[in-house]
Ligand binder design. Structure first.
Ligand SMILES: [Zn+2]
Length: 257
């Protein structure tokens, strides 16, 4: 068993063959998937997909790229969506000072508000961080809530240590297969009980499919590469990442297989 802890199943690139992709993943042993929203509409779509597929769970949140376009009542909307049983986390939330698709001020205000929401509801967070380490650390400390995963981790060894010491999990995507030396060092140093795997599909497709559409079944390629880097077996990586995912996202234990 292996879990894809982060995949955007509501992406339009999956709309034609979503059912088949989920079945295909199940055949390959990927029998749980977590799909995070990036806006209120996207969160609603993720909930619908999770309600339609017994192995899919959802998270709800407003992504930093969507911060500028969030409505004034987005927190009320998120609150309403939390009553859905398939929702197991707040995400995808965070900061992105690389693309800067939204103003820094609105990114910060929406991220801080969603940290508070997660804390109030005692839900784990799925966090996006790109070129914003310093503000990320400040926001997390100010929010005084350290429950969640820094997904698609691509940062330094030093910042990984900071996040791990706060209590966060780190999620790794197909970038683990790209031969990036610093990332490989991070993957080797993460403790067994903090490691998660994810496709982040449709983005970040692992080698040998780099450049093509990323699908849930490819999470196995990521886990295999992580096993090589950590000098352990694929089975061990599959087991520890599954245990970690079910510990962090408690709601993923609920639906039956
Ligand atoms: Zn994502």
């Amino acid at each position: 068993m292996l879990i894809d802890s982060h995949i955007h199943l509501d992406s339009s690139v999956y709309s034609q063959d979503l059912d088949m992709l989920i079945l295909h993943a199940e055949d390959a042993g990927i029998n749980r998937l977590l799909t995070p929203g990036t806006s209120i509409d996207s969160s609603k779509n993720c909930i619908k997909i999770a309600n339609d597929h017994k192995n899919v769970y959802a998270a709800v949140g407003v992504h930093p790229h969507d911060a500028d376009s969030a409505q004034d009542d987005y927190l009320d909307s998120l609150n309403d969506l939390l009553s859905e049983e398939v929702v197991v986390a707040i995400g995808e939330i965070g900061l992105d000072f690389n693309k800067n698709y939204s103003e820094v001020e609105s990114q910060l205000s929406i991220f801080n508000a969603q940290i508070k929401l997660a804390k109030d509801k005692n839900l784990p967070m799925i966090i996006h961080n790109r070129d914003s380490d310093e503000e990320m650390e400040n926001c997390l400390k100010a929010g005084d809530y350290f429950n969640g995963v820094i997904h698609c981790y691509t940062g330094s060894v030093e910042f990984a240590e900071t996040l791990l010491s706060m209590g966060f999990y780190l999620g790794f995507t197909g970038i683990a297969t790209f031969g990036k030396k610093e990332l490989e060092s991070v993957i080797r140093m993460v403790p067994d009980d903090r490691l998660l795997v994810e496709t982040d599909g449709p983005y970040m497709t692992p080698v040998p499919y780099r450049g093509k559409r990323n699908i849930p079944a490819y999470v196995e390629l990521i886990a295999k590469r992580i096993a090589e880097l950590r000098e352990t077996s694929y089975e061990t990586v599959a087991q520890i990442t599954t245990e970690n995912c079910l510990r962090l996202f408690e709601g993923m234990n609920d639906k039956s297989d």
